[in-house]
Design a protein around this ligand. Structure first.
Ligand code: CA
Ligand code: CA
Ligand code: CA
Length: 447
């Protein structure tokens, strides 16, 4: 009779200790999550930032994902314009010959049943022009889409006063529209050159055609994210064979890229600077002897799912690092010389420097040095250590980006990606504790 009694006393002690550990873990990670959320709400993470470090030009940044915002900052860093009318804001471009005017693609998510939306959620995609000085916003072109998921337009590019090309994720097409008559004058359909059993699942999110750019010779460059390829289209004859950058599922070249910019031969190209998003790096490829070869790579330990890189006239590169929660500028030797922290940035533009990389030269012409981690940086880094970053960094080392950023997108807006770490610990601890208690209960009853 002595044995079982001693055993149950020991077991009770063990249970008490295990419960204490679970409780401490819950209280600790819960307090950390709450602290992160409070810090975010007081420092502006969760909306837009009120100021950025000074620089030579105006800076425009869009945010999309859980937050939809376009904001502009004066050279002295002060916020001069913000607008969150739409659900999400995507690619923004300066308007030629207008000093303080931009055009952008945005999406409204329709969540109510209406004549425009039979089966919510749906989308209304819009291309708008905003005068950042006067605040005047003009709609250029818009279209309802019956679905919100993979129904958005993330980019449009201007050809002339009347014509735009649109990267149409909903239809897996690039089309050119006359914005006055609203007549679509040509279309390239991805199905004309790609099988539907490649890329993402058809018809859900097959191509994710997320970027389009009209080149000086009238050809069009487009980014097929889910095919890991950047293609070149002649509006009269279709896709140009043997010009494509990347290959399906060859992630050593590109892995679900965003926002390629073309740098022509006159500025040291042909070259393409591109956010190699799932690989967590910015890359540039130079056209040599009829092939693309890698000419520059930039990354650091924080970079996570970047979605834009613009080569500036001074040789620096302006980078939007979405899940790294920042927009940064790196100089020719790869050092971070300017940085602003904010949630879910999509695109950044420096006004007065041309559209995207239009004022910049190729990495090959500039002799840019590649770097792929913090260890490559010999100089002092300008970015501040993050308060709650280490948790997220720890999670990123365990989970691949394909798992991390859907988690980030699905989490509530008061939770920034940096707070996801402690929030996951809260959930994990709660579930594990519950399972352990269930196991004890079943064992005690001999089940
Ligand atoms: Ca842009
Ligand atoms: Ca760009
Ligand atoms: Ca840009």
């Amino acid at each position: 009779m002595v044995g079982p009694t001693l055993e149950s006393v020991a077991e009770r002690t063990t249970r008490r200790r295990v419960r204490t550990v679970f409780l401490l873990l819950l209280v600790g990670s819960g307090a950390w999550t709450a602290y992160g959320a409070v810090v975010d709400s007081t420092t502006g993470t969760g909306s837009t930032v009120q100021s950025v470090p000074p620089t030579d030009n105006h800076t425009v940044i869009t945010q999309s994902g859980r937050i939809g915002m376009i904001a502009a900052y004066a050279p002295n860093g002060s916020l001069i314009y913000e607008n969150d009318t739409h659900t999400k804001y995507y690619d923004v471009d300066p308007v030629a010959n207008e000093s303080m005017t931009v055009e952008y693609a945005a999406t409204d998510t329709l969540v109510e049943k209406s004549p425009q939306c039979r089966d919510p959620p749906c989308a209304r995609n819009v291309i708008e022009r905003a005068n950042l000085s006067t605040g005047e916003v003009t709609e250029i072109y818009a279209q309802y889409v019956y679905r919100e998921s993979a129904g958005e337009w993330h980019d449009a590019d201007r050809i002339d006063d009347r014509h735009l090309v649109v990267a149409d994720i909903a239809a897996d097409q690039v089309f050119m529209v006359d914005t006055e008559t609203e007549m679509i004058e040509w279309t390239w359909d991805a199905q004309s050159d790609f099988p539907v059993d490649g890329g993402g699942s058809y018809p859900g999110n097959w191509v994710h055609l997320n970027d389009v750019e009209v080149l000086e010779n009238g050809r069009v460059m487009a980014s097929l994210r889910n095919q890991d390829q950047v293609v070149f289209i002649d509006p009269e004859t279709g896709m140009i064979e043997n010009r494509t950058l990347g290959a399906e599922d060859d992630h050593s070249i590109l892995y679900e890229q965003h926002n390629p910019d073309y740098i022509p031969a006159t500025r040291g190209g042909p070259a393409v600077v591109v956010a190699d998003s799932e690989n967590g790096r910015i890359q540039e490829f130079q056209r040599e002897n009829g092939e693309w070869s890698r000419s520059w790579v930039w990354s650091d330990d924080r970079m996570e799912w970047p979605r834009d890189a613009d080569r500036l006239p001074n040789g620096n590169t302006l980078i939007t690092d979405t899940d790294g929660e920042r927009v940064l500028e790196v100089n020719r030797s790869g050092r971070v010389v300017w940085q602003v922290e904010l949630p879910h940035p999509y695109d950044a533009e420096r006004l007065e420097t041309g559209d995207e990389s239009a004022g910049g030269r190729s990495a090959a012409a500039l002799g840019l040095e590649s770097r792929v981690s913090d260890a490559d940086d010999e100089g002092d880094r300008t970015d501040e250590p993050r308060l709650v970053g280490p948790f997220l960094d720890a999670i990123k080392t365990v989970l691949p980006p394909r798992v991390v950023h859907p988690l980030v997108q699905a989490s509530p807006t008061w939770l920034s990606p940096s707070d996801l770490g402690p929030a996951i610990v809260v959930l994990g601890t709660g579930m594990t504790w519950g399972l352990v208690e269930l196991w004890w209960y079943l064992r005690a009853r001999g089940i």
